[in-house]
Structure formats: structure tokens, C-alpha cells
Design a binder for this molecule. Structure first.
Ligand code: SAM
Ligand code: DTB
Ligand code: SF4
Length: 341
């Protein structure tokens, strides 16, 4: 459950070093890029200690929220996101699949629920949904919500009225990532701009949906760019309820395939910075868990990650087996969070 309503005010009081705190000691505090960079630069143990303090002040430190993803429409996307195996223009071997039937989506959601997932996230490889597609997704949302699961959708850019329609159907969260810092955006995607992302996020907020918004690291960006990404997320007002931090999954055929891999400890630092700057958010350890392995994932949980994508598949790429995750949780004494619906 996202314990947003009961959480105490943001953890500015925990900040002791002048250079590592937001500019105002209140809940609307803005994080400067320099302050986030200073966090990134702390000795690893100090950074993790700080992240754990913030985490424990706002969350159950031994609970993890489990979201399962389903690609309800796969491949053939007109956009050119440099990381994405579903862009039509790259030859990645992903097979196109039209929008799934309601029946198949509900069957997948039931299976996810049986495995212990509490949130079901439906993803579509669209620039944005056509109205007739949105009507069908709204039916899927209604049906999945009827199973007692939290619902999330990620369908690309929304047109006026569409967020409200999804909310009406029972959608809890809309996932729309800013993906990378504003001034790095054009290096990664050219078919839309950062402002387009913000427009959809505003519509999602206005419709009363919870915001799931994060980004991808490991795309060859500098630490400064990672600090900017975190500062931009943390300075959203209000800040997103869920923050997925993806480690680039490199897929042959995509422009970013072959990028130098990010040091896994730098990924852990990114999680810690997200936790410290967004105390009440659920910070999700997202794509790239397979490559990180158990030990680095444990460091991520220690750094304040309290949510994962759970189930053998992300959208088109692999994710750790449910059995692996269960055994890891048992070894750590981590418990899945109950759904909030
Ligand atoms: N088409 C919609 C959009 O882009 O908003 C929704 C689906 S899109 C696949 C959702 C998110 O998946 C992207 O914003 C990006 O953060 C993430 N993603 C896609 N490919 C990825 C990859 N290879 N590695 C890590 N994250 C990836
Ligand atoms: C998010 O931040 N990561 C998820 C979800 N939101 C939709 C997607 C990860 C996709 C990884 C590449 C793939 O499986 O196609
Ligand atoms: Fe399309 Fe989304 Fe992939 Fe970009 S990330 S190519 S918008 S499916």
C-alpha cells in the first residue's frame, strides 16, 4: 500500500550537511541539482545510512510492494526512444501484437494476483491511445479493479479527457516516465520533447490519478545528468507517488545497445538519492534486476527501494523468476505489502 496519507512530513530535518539538503525546510522544499550531486558524492556508507533513516521514518523497512506488468499491445511503436525494443524503426526481433482481448488481460491479472502481486500495470507501445483503444483499455481497468487489485496503465501521451475516462474506470496510477534529465532528453528521444511528457503528467494529476513517474539510468549519462533527473522528479509538486528507477536493459538493434554499463554501486546511489529526496514515494527497483543479481538488489533495498516489478517478464524483456524473488524475500525477511484497494 502506498501509505501517502499517513506519512509524516518530508525528511528535511534529517539533513545535517548544508550542501546535502533542499533549499527550504518544508514539504515544498526544492532540491537543487548541486544538493543532489552532493548526496551522490557522499561516502557510500553515509549515503545508505541517510537513505535508511529517511526510509524508516516514512515506511515499513521490511515491506515491499509488488507490481506485475503486462504488455497489452506490443511493438510497432512510431516513437524513436533510443532504449526501447518496441520502436518500429529498430530491428529488435520483438513480435508485434495487437491490443489483447479483455478476457486474456483478466486471466493474466488473476494469475498475477495468485502469485501475490497487488498492482497490475498494463503497458502499451503507443505514442498515445486512439479513442477507440482507450475505450477498450478502460474496460480492462474496470475488470482488473474488480479483482481487488490496484491498477496502473502506461499508454503514452494522453489527450484532454482521456485521463478522466481512465480514472472513472477505476484506474489508480498512470505511469509516464520523464526518463532522463530535461537537457539530455533530445539525445535519447526526438519524436517528442520533455514538455510533452509534463503536459500528460499534468493531465494525469488533474484527473485525480496517482502519478507513477521515474526514469532510466545506464544510458551513458553523467552523474550530473542523474542528479538532474532525480532533482526534476523530487521537485514535482506534488512529487510522484511511485518512482520507478530503471537500469537500462540493453537490447540488440536499439541505438543504446552497447552503451558502457553503469557501475552497479552508482545504481544503488541513484536509488538512495531517490529515497532521500522523495521520502514518501514508493521507490521501485524496476527494469534491469536480472542483470543486477541478488547482492546488488539487496543493497537497493537497503538504500530505500520498496517496490519491484514482479513476474517473469517486464514488457518484452526478462525479469527474475517469481521463485527467485520469493526466496530472496524469505532470506531477507521482506514481506509483500497488502493492496490499498
Ligand atoms: N509507450 C509508453 C511510453 O513510452 O510512455 C508506455 C510504455 S514504455 C515501454 C514505458 C517505459 O518503459 C519507458 O518510459 C521506459 O522508462 C521503460 N523502458 C522501455 N524500454 C526500456 C529498456 N530497454 N530498459 C529500461 N527501461 C525501459
Ligand atoms: C517502468 O518504469 N518500467 C517498466 C514500466 N514502467 C512500464 C517497463 C520496463 C520495460 C523494459 C523493457 C521491456 O521489457 O520491453
Ligand atoms: Fe514507444 Fe514507449 Fe517504446 Fe518509446 S518507450 S518507443 S513511446 S513503447
Amino acid at each position: 500500500m502506498d501509505n501517502l496519507s499517513t506519512a509524516s512530513p518530508a525528511g528535511a530535518s534529517l539533513m545535517t550537511d548544508n550542501e546535502c539538503r533542499p533549499s527550504q525546510a518544508d514539504s515544498a522544499a526544492r532540491w537543487s541539482v548541486a544538493a543532489v550531486e552532493a548526496l551522490f558524492g557522499l561516502p557510500f556508507n553515509d549515503l545508505l545510512f541517510r537513505a535508511q533513516q529517511v526510509h524508516r521514518e516514512h515506511h515499513d523497512a521490511n515491506a515491499v510492494q509488488l507490481s506485475t506488468l503486462l504488455s497489452i499491445k506490443t511493438g510497432g511503436c512510431p516513437e524513436d526512444c533510443g532504449y526501447c525494443p518496441q520502436a518500429a524503426r529498430y530491428h529488435t526481433g520483438v513480435e508485434n501484437q495487437a491490443l489483447m482481448s479483455l478476457e486474456d488481460v483478466v486471466a493474466a491479472a488473476k494469475q498475477a494476483r495468485e502469485h501475490g502481486a497487488t498492482r497490475f500495470c498494463m503497458g502499451a507501445a503507443w505514442r498515445g491511445p486512439k479513442q477507440r483503444d482507450l475505450d477498450r483499455v478502460a474496460e480492462m481497468v474496470r475488470a482488473v479493479r474488480g479483482l481487488g487489485m490496484e491498477t496502473c496503465a502506461t499508454l503514452g501521451m494522453l489527450k484532454p479527457g482521456q485521463a478522466g475516462q481512465l480514472r472513472e474506470a477505476g484506474l489508480d496510477y498512470y505511469n509516464h516516465n520523464i526518463d532522463t534529465a530535461e537537457d539530455n532528453y533530445a539525445n535519447i528521444i526526438s519524436t517528442r520533447d520533455y514538455g510533452d511528457r509534463i503536459d500528460t503528467l499534468e493531465q494525469v494529476r488533474e484527473a485525480g490519478l496517482h502519478v507513477c513517474c521515474g526514469g532510466i539510468v545506464g544510458m551513458g549519462e553523467s552523474r550530473n545528468a542523474r542528479a538532474k533527473l532525480i532533482a526534476q522528479l523530487a521537485n514535482m509538486d506534488p512529487c510522484p507517488e511511485s518512482v520507478p528507477i530503471n537500469n537500462l536493459v540493453q537490447v540488440p538493434g536499439t541505438p543504446l545497445n552497447g552503451t558502457d554499463k553503469l557501475d552497479p554501486l552508482e545504481f544503488v546511489r541513484t536509488i538512495a538519492c531517490a529515497r532521500i529526496t522523495m521520502p514518501r514515494a514508493m521507490v521501485r527497483l524496476s527494469a534491469g534486476r536480472q542483470e543486477l543479481g541478488d547482492a546488488v538488489q539487496v543493497l537497493c533495498f537497503m538504500a530505500g527501494a520498496n517496490s519491484i516489478f514482479y513476474g517473469e517478464k517486464l514488457l518484452t524483456t526478462g525479469n527474475p523468476d517469481v521463485e527467485n524473488d520469493r526466496s530472496l524475500f524469505a532470506r531477507l525477511g521482506l514481506k509483500p505489502l497488502a493492496p490499498s484497494v
